[in-house]
Design a protein around this ligand. Structure first.
Ligand code: PLP
Length: 245
């Protein structure tokens, strides 16, 4: 919509700062880097080095850190010119977005209130709620919260791992978010179904249980428990137990 032409750098499973370098020689380019635990496969370039490489060519850098609200300060500290974060992910606010960084560029984005951004305008209610969510996150004792999340995921993995045909473990978030996820590996011979079938069965039930199944073909399902209450975690374990019986 802005008239820019995207040039994709690197290969799906590997992108290095050296891959970026030739594309950074275009004086009218902007460097857009994505921070994602799931969309990215293989090895990403080190963010701070990638930002530095672009900045050394005088290019502005935009970090798409949609799910990275816990790491806003860290992402800004890379020297990126703009950092984008979704309000409706871990921040738990209504749908909206935060644009942070250099004042001039933030003002340029803001000018789109009257331009192409108008159709995506956040409501006044959403804006008030995002501010409340930010205030709440400021108050949060992140270390204590992270420890509690780790306990929930460890216990989930320990219990799921006792079920026939399932191995389970906790894995830290690859982007550095302060919580782990539970990974389940399904042994089709012992479980009587593969990971894709287990994912389908969990989704088909009531309540419908959804997980990250981007690695299902490799036998693995990933459960993110961050937003769940204790009874909801129990419901998942109950369904897994029934399906694996
Ligand atoms: C979720 C996500 C988006 C989309 O964000 P919305 O706020 O839903 O538009 C874009 N980029 C990344 C890296 C994401 O994780």
């Amino acid at each position: 919509m802005a008239g820019a032409v995207p040039v994709i750098v690197g290969a799906p499973r590997l992108c290095t700062v050296a891959d970026l370098a030739p594309e950074l020689e275009h004086p009218d380019a902007t460097c857009l880097l994505l921070v994602s635990s799931r969309l990215v496969q293989g090895k990403e370039p080190d963010l701070a080095s990638a930002v530095a490489a672009a900045r050394s060519q005088g290019l502005p850098v935009i970090l798409d850190g949609a799910a990275q609200d816990f790491r806003m300060r860290q992402l800004l500290a890379t020297g990126a010119d703009l950092v984008l974060v979704s309000a409706q992910k871990y921040l738990g606010a209504p749908t909206a977005g935060l644009v942070m960084g250099r004042a001039g560029l933030v003002a340029a984005v803001r000018a789109q209130e009257k331009g192409i951004g108008r159709g995506m305008k956040a409501t006044k209610e959403a804006i008030a709620s995002v501010l409340a969510a930010l205030a709440e996150q400021e108050e949060l004792n992140i270390a204590a919260w992270a420890a509690a999340q780790a306990r929930i995921v460890d216990e989930f993995a320990a219990r799921a791992g006792t079920l026939p045909g399932l191995a389970a473990w906790a894995e830290p978030d690859p982007t550095g978010l302060p919580f782990p996820r539970a990974h389940l590996r399904v042994d089709p011979d012992r479980a009587g179904m593969g990971a894709p079938e287990l994912a389908m069965a969990l989704r088909a039930g009531s309540p419908s249980i959804w997980m990250m199944d981007h690695c299902a073909e490799l036998g693995e399902l990933v459960f993110e428990l961050v937003a769940l209450r204790t009874d909801e975690v129990e419901a998942i374990l109950g369904r897994l137990t029934a399906l694996m019986a």
